[in-house]
Design a protein around this ligand. Structure first.
Ligand code: UDP
Ligand code: MG
Length: 316
């Protein structure tokens, strides 16, 4: 079993040497065959120089240097793309995660899980980070139905095919367990050690945490309806349209048969609103549906994922 340890780093010059030492100690102690992939996410300090120096001494260290700062999600994605391991570990590069937890993660992988996620049970960050993240975690759990305590912990282990097929984009690394769930992965969580940040600065602030809420909507939608948007938009659109249609029909009948004036009646406007809103929803549903068709067809994507096959020749 070959292990890829993926570490995104952005301006972490003071942390690199110690981080490398900690990871290397675990690899030696556990006798892993492994590579460490540092993804330099456009650092402007000496991070790359430090990494380069280490990579000269030790060829299990691989560096993927991004042209600019693309963000942690993109850095993970790059790391997963270059990883050659059967199992991929991701972790932060600021010494807040502890590589000593890696054997525990792998134990769970060996029990048959596809994704093992770390839970920073005793999180050592400022309350301004911890509180919003607690709320976000609660919300993500509620909406996605994937029950974990901590979605945002970078320390995770994945089977190769899951990590390589997450299709990360935007800021979605926080939602990896949810994406993995959509993929059909078996997911579990174990508590891991968390350290305070000693060197360098956190790259996230309150406003970035709040953006999670918007992403949450997206992920909830992806989870439930990404392959059939017309089922949501179409259904609700139809319901609204039908309600509006009935209301306005009643008004029309009143007007024709009883001559009642309807021009100033709120119901008329409600009816019109419902009809238009309904039509709009149906149209959005159809557009989304066509978009998804194009996506699957143009990229030759499958609408399913296979865990394994038996007696089936994979090569054709
Ligand atoms: N990081 C990155 N690109 C970014 C922001 C962060 O590669 O644009 C890395 C960062 O170097 C660290 C990890 O992602 O290794 C987590 O970032 P940070 O410690 O700032 O987040 P926090 O622990 O405060 O959530
Ligand atoms: Mg950190």
């Amino acid at each position: 079993m070959f292990l890829s340890i993926v570490v995104p780093v952005y301006n972490e010059e003071e942390n690199i040497v110690e981080l490398h030492k900690e990871i290397k100690d675990v690899i030696i102690k556990e006798n892993y065959s492994a590579e460490i992939i540092f993804v330099d996410d456009g650092s402007t300090d000496k991070t790359y120089d430090e990494l380069y120096r280490l990579s000269r001494e030790n060829n299990i260290i691989k560096i993927v240097r991004l042209r600019r700062n693309f963000g942690q999600t993109a850095a993970f994605s790059a790391g997963f793309d270059y990883a050659r391991g059967d199992i991929i570990i991701s972790m932060d590069g600021d010494l807040q995660n502890d590589p000593k937890d890696i054997p525990n993660l792998l134990k769970k992988i060996n029990e048959g899980y596809d994704v093992v996620s770390g839970w920073r049970k005793e999180r050592k960050d400022k309350w301004t980070r911890v509180l919003p993240s607690k709320i976000a975690n609660w919300l993500i759990g509620k909406i996605s139905g994937v029950r974990l305590h901590d979605y945002g912990c970078s320390l995770k282990a994945y089977r190769k095919d899951v990590a390589k097929n997450l299709h990360l984009y935007g800021d979605l690394h926080r939602f990896i367990p949810v994406l993995a769930n959509i993929f059909g992965a078996r997911i579990c969580e174990i508590s891991v050690v968390h350290h305070p940040r000693l060197y360098g600065k956190s790259k996230y602030n309150f406003s970035r945490t709040m953006r999670v809420i918007v992403d949450l909507l997206l992920v909830a939608f992806m989870q439930k309806f990404s392959t059939k948007p017309l089922h949501v938009f179409g259904l609700w659109g139809f319901v609204l349209f039908a309600a509006g249609f009935v209301i306005d029909l009643v008004l029309l009948v009143e007007k024709i048969f009883w001559g009642i004036s309807i021009g100033s009646r709120p119901l008329l406007f409600l009816g019109i609103l419902l009809i238009l809103g309904g039509l709009q929803l149906v149209s959005i549903g159809i557009l989304a549906e066509m978009n998804i068709r194009t996506y699957y067809e143009s990229q030759g994507k499958k609408i399913y994922n296979v865990r394994n096959t038996i007696n089936i020749d994979e090569e054709d």
